[in-house]
Design a protein around this ligand. Structure first.
Ligand SMILES: Cc1ncc(COP(=O)(O)O)c(C=O)c1O
Length: 395
């Protein structure tokens, strides 16, 4: 039976990780893997998570099943965190299901779209997170990419985005990054979100918003301003939420899918399909991480501590952006890397060829082939070396 399956080439990120691990140079730098790192190079368990986890273990008296939609309390806290007190937004119109990470939410959302609109096209930004096509496309939906960013000029292609999406058909779906666009770090301003909203409304397109970095851009509320604008104004919208980065719960697989519908009856009906999809893929999401997340979001002291920790992760990345920009500008006697300083979240695209990425690897500086850099891989002790390497390889 399995004779027809030829071995696949290794996933490019996993291949990069293996290459990095095998490199014995003491000055090697990992800008490839998409996880947060502190100044010591660790991806820490947050203080608030440690505390909440102890309470979860202490108070747990069963390991019995929860439900296909996960923990009710978690889902309620996610709604508060993401949608807040958005004026005009009626709670009866949206429903939330806990999912295995943001990836699970993207996959369940895609299945839901295919069930209700099998001929819809899903528009994904060019470039986008490398796993988007696999997660959305495996549902059988047709994918198309819309222009988003010019990696050579380091600017958004905003006019092209609007012009391209203006050709979409009624009922098509547009995948949007709520903040900290992966891989570019280039986000829309609120007035650009408003223009996108006008277009979605006018063309009757459905937004599917990927929220994987809430709190990593400008702050927990600031990072969802565009998303809330959309949810307040449109009858239908979806959001895939991930707590992998902002709570550092990567391996616990904590996420949620929020679906907004035109009214409460429709929301109930659609939610029943979300639960059925979940049941048919993984039956129920894992509980442990969601129990921790619910406690952190629901307990005033833990939440306060989370905000402090989140702010310090964000500030560290911002500091490294500024420091790398300064070193690069000095090393190249130019201001051409100023874009790094003004972008948001963990990633920026250096905008160089894969040949230069290979040359950087010869100097033990690792990034993905599209020249995406994880700024959380930069430390005060390696920033000068990274800047020097980039300036040598790019000259
Ligand atoms: C843009 C984007 N969306 C979604 C995810 C999904 O994250 P997870 O499934 O780990 O929660 C990631 C993770 O890297 C991401 O970068």
């Amino acid at each position: 039976m399995f004779q027809s399956l030829a071995r696949l080439s290794p996933d490019s990120i996993l291949g990069l990780m293996a290459q990095y691990r095998a490199d014995t140079a003491p000055n090697k730098v990992d800008l490839g893997v998409g996880v947060y790192r502190d100044v010591a190079g660790n991806t820490p368990v947050l203080r608030c998570v440690r505390q909440a986890e102890q309470a979860v273990i202490y108070n747990q008296n069963t390991k019995s099943y929860v439900a296909p939609g996960g923990r009710e309390e978690f889902n309620m806290r996610v709604e508060e965190l993401v949608l807040g007190n958005t004026p005009g937004l009626t709670q009866q119109r949206y429903r939330t299901a806990q999912t295995p990470g943001g990836s699970g939410a993207l996959r369940v959302g895609a299945e839901l779209i295919r069930l209700s609109a099998p001929t819809a096209t899903v528009y994904v930004s060019n470039p986008s997170w490398a796993n988007h096509p696999a997660l959305l496309g495996s549902s059988g939906l047709k994918l198309e990419s819309y222009p988003y960013y010019d990696p050579a000029a380091h600017v958004l292609k905003f006019i092209e985005t609007l012009e391209y999406l203006d050709q979409a058909r009624v009922g098509d779906v547009v995948l949007l990054h709520a903040c900290c666009h992966n891989p570019t770090g280039a986000d829309w301003s609120l007035s650009q979100w408003q223009q996108v909203l006008d277009l979605l409304k006018h063309r009757q397109l459905i937004p599917f918003i990927d929220l994987a970095y809430q709190g990593f851009g400008r702050g927990l509320n600031e990072d969802v301003e565009g998303l809330r604008l959309i949810f307040a104004a449109l009858p239908e919208a979806l959001v895939a939420v991930s707590f992998s980065k902002n709570l550092g719960l990567y391996r616990e697989r904590v996420g949620a899918l929020i679906v907004q519908c035109e009214d409460s009856n429709r929301a109930e009906a659609v939610h029943s399909h979300v639960l059925k999809v979940a049941r048919s893929i993984y039956s129920m999401p894992p509980d442990h991480g969601a129990a921790i997340a619910a406690l952190v979001m629901g307990d005033a002291t833990l939440k306060e501590d989370w905000v402090v920790e989140l702010n310090s992760m964000r500030t560290r990345i911002e500091d490294m952006r500024a420091l790398l920009t300064r070193h690069l500008n000095e090393a190249t006697a130019s201001t051409k890397f100023d874009f790094i300083k003004s972008q948001r979240g963990m990633f920026s695209l250096l905008g160089v060829s894969s040949k230069i990425v290979d040359q950087l690897r010869q100097r033990h500086v690792y990034m993905t082939a599209d020249s995406r850099m994880n700024l959380a891989g930069i430390m005060p002790h390696n920033v000068a070396y990274v800047a020097e390497s980039i300036s040598i390889c790019d000259s």
